[in-house]
Design a protein around this ligand. Structure first.
Ligand SMILES: [Fe+2]
Ligand SMILES: [Fe+2]
Length: 169
């Protein structure tokens, strides 16, 4: 049985992973409507992964005798200044999610909940991947992608690591 404190902070993460998904959907839609089909494909794929992250938390909470709450999400932005600004937002958001996962890890140690601690290790590893892939895209944009968006848009999907396979996914 999950302790209330662990259940609550895992439910907070259900909201954060779900919001990540709709944030990336909003970015995908903006990109698609601006003729950037490759960038949109990258972001749609990312949105799908975030939905799976949310589901992992939902199922984990319920499996451990808690109750996963499906929250309302705040409205994501609809406009982004440039592609580079957009990916800087992605990185900033991933930094926020990493800090959030780390806080849950800390709570599991305080509460001596080693099962949840173990469940979180997949996310700890995933966040390293997420931050480095956002940073790699920003680096490519700085290297010249900004001045040749056509080529950058065409090639971005090749920068995508094969989706990290989650235990039980
Ligand atoms: Fe995530
Ligand atoms: Fe993420």
């Amino acid at each position: 049985m999950l302790k209330k404190k662990v259940e609550d902070i895992c439910n907070r993460q259900v909201e954060r992973e779900g919001y990540s998904s709709i944030l990336y959907l909003a970015m995908a839609s903006w990109s698609e409507s601006n003729g950037l089909a490759g960038i949109a494909a990258w972001l749609y794929a990312q949105a799908e992964e975030e939905k799976l992250h949310m589901l992992k938390f939902i199922k984990y909470i319920n499996e451990r005798g808690g109750k996963a709450i499906i929250p309302a999400f705040k409205k994501p932005p609809t406009e982004f200044k440039t592609v580079e600004e957009l990916f800087k937002e992605v990185l900033k958001h991933e930094n926020f999610v990493t800090a959030s996962i780390n806080e849950i890890v800390a709570v599991t140690l305080e509460e001596k909940d080693f099962n949840t601690h173990n469940f979180l290790q997949w996310f700890v590893t995933e966040q390293v991947e997420e931050e480095s892939s956002a940073q790699a895209i920003i680096d490519k944009l700085k290297l010249g992608g900004k001045s040749n968006l056509y080529q950058f848009d065409r090639d971005i999907m090749s920068l995508r690591p094969p989706a990290a396979k989650a235990p039980g996914a």
